[in-house]
Each structure stands twice: as C-alpha cells, then as structure tokens.
Design a binder for this molecule. Structure first.
Ligand SMILES: [Zn+2]
Length: 121
C-alpha cells in the first residue's frame, strides 16, 4: 500500500501550517492538520486551513516529485473536468466543443477532507 514518505509528510505539514487562516485553533492546536490517514497523508483542519490554497500548494509540490506524481495523478486529472459549480463545467463544455466526456465529480482528495462549502472559482 502507498505510504507517504516522511520527508514529503513534513512538506505537507508545512503547507498546512502556511495556509492557515486563523491565528489560534482548538481543533488542530495551530498545526493546520488534525491527524494522519493510514497512507501517512495529512488530514487537514477544515476550520482554519484554506483548503483550496493548501491543495494548490500540495499539487505544486507533487508535480515536482516524480515518485508522488503517480499516486496523486488524480489531482491533475480532475483539474479539467471537475468543478464544484455546474456553471463552470458548462463553460468548460462549451470551450471543448469537440470533447464530449462526462464530467465526473471528484469524491476523493488525498489528505484532505472535503467540506460542503468549497468556494466557487
Ligand atoms: Zn485548525
């Protein structure tokens, strides 16, 4: 089973900490994350971490590490086809007239708990 290497985990912890929006948080004790999954992935604190920014940073980090890219390929795939807002997918559909692929909603984000309210882009 995939397990995130410790050095990558440290990077993820840094990302979590730098994307916090609140000063103090009783949920994560100001770390920005509240636990680890069995894959050694961070469970980010949804109360004080800016999820979108954190994921963007994480994506960037992953894209710089070949050993992570494979496991997190979904991060990059969902970019074109999936948006939380239906309007956005409509826009995409119009832009990609020739492509008629179905828009699949992401239900999996490694290391992150999806919350109900993602911001619309
Ligand atoms: Zn927190």
């Amino acid at each position: 089973m995939f397990k995130l290497a410790d050095n990558h985990l440290e990077a993820a912890q840094k990302i979590a900490a730098t994307n916090r929006k609140k000063k103090s948080c009783g949920d994560c004790y100001d770390r920005g994350w509240i636990g680890l999954t069995e894959q050694n992935l961070l469970v980010l604190c949804t109360r004080c971490v800016d999820m979108e920014k954190a994921m963007a940073d994480w994506k960037e980090y992953v894209s710089g590490h070949e050993d992570l890219k494979e496991h997190f390929a979904e991060l990059f795939e969902e970019k074109e086809s999936a948006e939380d807002s239906a309007q956005e997918s409509e826009k995409h559909a119009r832009q990609e007239l020739k492509q008629t692929k179905t828009v699949v909603k992401p239900n999996f984000a490694p290391g992150v708990k999806r919350t109900g309210h993602s911001k619309k882009i």
